[in-house]
Design a protein around this ligand. Structure first.
Ligand code: BES
Ligand code: ZN
Ligand code: ZN
Length: 489
């Protein structure tokens, strides 16, 4: 779908050429484009402000049928995300106009202050991600994605960055896969079906893949995962995916919360709180999709995905508040609340990952707490770790991909809040405050000496409303972030 070439708008026949415009500065090197922008800015309805756009048809002296100018706003605030977003809005506009293809003029490295590779990659990301529609449950498809988006760059840049379209497509297709999995309703992704879907793609991609069913999980001692699943007729699964890079010295384990539906269990969620809980497997979707994309991008590091999958339902067989369970690590947990199920399945998965792989680092992604959404809102994820260098690396990747993260504290004295009178630990804090932190501290009890990061993505994993390059539904949060990180640590 992505193309990178140099074009001549006076000669090359184009259906649609798109030119991004800043309100206060010329950002293009090409003289023809510069003149066209001047003309557009003379129109009373267009001043280059963000989200403004204007279209000219059959411009004089050009082989182009349609010329669209897209506003970006003032240059000083035009960061890479502004270019990602403008490309996204362009593609969405193209889809609603019923176009099949369009060409976007990439602005100048010198004039924007962004390196060409970064600028091209960001715009390509916005374009691919915006070209995704989740309409598989609609009998009538109202819109069709574009078939091709061409990025117009200088001839030497087209040669220099010939590898970029492939790299961007691999990362964005992973993101889209994760989005789709999250958007699929819970009735179509119960643990068995979801695990099988991941495994089938993973085997095709050449990843070492295993799926364990409930019988194996019970036998191996995954007591917490089994306990969460015992209220549902659909039994738990565990998927492991391994990507190995030749000569790699480091192994990173990615662990993802895969609760295909979180009703809360016997501590049943009330009314509105249950809406949207099909998204409670977004961490697992991000991890599985990252492994699949890594198989294409081939970072120089071993990556293992450990993915516990379960449905949290109330029933006569469900776990009760007050029950005490034995986790994979051997530690016992008193169930203070059956709705705090994510930390239980992650406790088993983390303990297993450490024992089986002795990784250099573990990173878990989970829609773990509503408290995290209270703290940081619906667009920002929380990063919990004692490792300053890992936190910095994640925050740096997060700035590059604009999957926003914020580091949170892990105060030692809050661990007291998880004490149980009867078991080694409780899954429920004795305080109603700081729930995202106490959830992270619960996980830390299962980590021992391994370097570990927990990312709570409860807010940004799902979007109720569409934005520049994302539709409503799963956002695929974390996939681009993890891929960026894997290439740098
Ligand atoms: N899946 C939820 C967390 C969640 C809430 C994700 C909102 C996305 C949006 C999690 O399993 C949960 O229910 N957490 C409880 C924990 C509490 C019982 C200690 C919560 O946050 O209320
Ligand atoms: Zn829950
Ligand atoms: Zn949950």
């Amino acid at each position: 779908m992505l193309k990178l070439t140099s074009v001549n708008p006076k000669k090359d026949r184009f259906n649609t050429l798109v030119i991004p415009v800043c309100e206060d500065a010329d950002i293009h090197d090409n003289r023809t484009v510069g003149m066209l922008v001047k003309k557009a800015l003379e129109l009373s309805e267009f001043s280059g402000k963000a989200e403004e756009e204007v279209t000219m048809y059959h411009p004089e002296g050009m082989a182009v049928e349609r010329l669209i100018f897209m506003g970006i706003g003032p240059l000083p605030s035009a960061d890479l995300e502004a270019f990602r977003a403008v490309a996204g809005r362009t593609v969405k506009g193209g889809i609603s106009r019923g176009l099949e293809a369009l060409c976007i003029a990439v602005p100048s490295e010198k004039k924007t202050g962004h390196g060409s590779a970064d600028l091209i990659a960001a715009m390509m990301e916005g374009a691919v991600l915006a070209n995704h529609l989740f309409d598989r449950y609609k009998s009538e498809k109202k819109s069709t994605p574009l078939q091709e988006v061409t990025f117009w760059v200088k001839a030497q840049d087209a040669r220099r960055f010939a590898g970029l379209p492939g790299r961007v497509a691999a990362a964005c297709e992973g993101t889209i896969l994760a989005r789709d999995w999250v958007s699929v309703p819970a009735n179509d992704k119960q643990p068995d079906a979801y695990a099988a879907a991941i495994a089938s793609l993973a085997r095709e991609a050449g990843l070492e893949t295993a799926v364990w069913d409930d019988a194996i999980l019970a036998e191996k001692g995954f007591g917490a995962l089994m306990a969460v699943g015992q209220g549902s007729a659909a039994k738990p699964r565990m998927v492991t995916l391994e990507y190995r890079a030749e000569g790699a010295e480091k192994t990173v384990c990615l662990v993802g919360k895969g609760v295909t539906f979180d009703a809360g269990g016997l501590n049943l969620k009330v009314g509105g709180a249950m809406d949207g809980m099909k998204m409670d497997m977004a961490g697992s979707a991000a991890v599985a999709a990252t492994l699949l994309s890594a198989a294409r991008i081939q970072p120089q590091i071993n990556v293992v995905g450990v993915i516990p999958i379960v449905e949290n339902m109330p029933s006569g067989g469900a776990i009760r508040p007050g029950d005490i369970i034995r986790t994979y690590s051997g530690k016992t947990v008193e169930i203070g609340n059956t709705d705090a199920e994510g930390r239980l399945i992650l406790a088993d998965a983390i303990a297993y990952a450490i024992g089986a792989y002795q990784p250099d680092a573990i990173i878990d992604l989970a829609t773990l707490t509503g408290a995290c959404v209270v703290a940081l809102g619906e667009k920002i994820a929380a990063v919990f770790t004692e490792e300053d260098d890992l936190a910095d690396a994640i925050l740096a990747s997060s700035r590059r991909t604009y999957e926003r993260c914020w580091r949170m504290p892990m105060p030692e004295d809050y661990k007291e809040l998880l004490k149980s009178d009867f078991a080694d630990i409780s899954n429920m804090s004795s305080s109603k405050w700081g729930g995202a932190i106490t959830a992270a501290l619960f996980l830390s009890a299962f980590v021992k000496e391994t370097r570990w990061v927990h990312i709570d993505i409860a807010g940004p994993a799902y979007a109720k409303k569409a934005s520049a390059y994302c539709g409503p539904g799963g956002t695929g949060f974390g996939v681009r972030l993890l891929l960026d990180l894997l290439e740098r640590i």
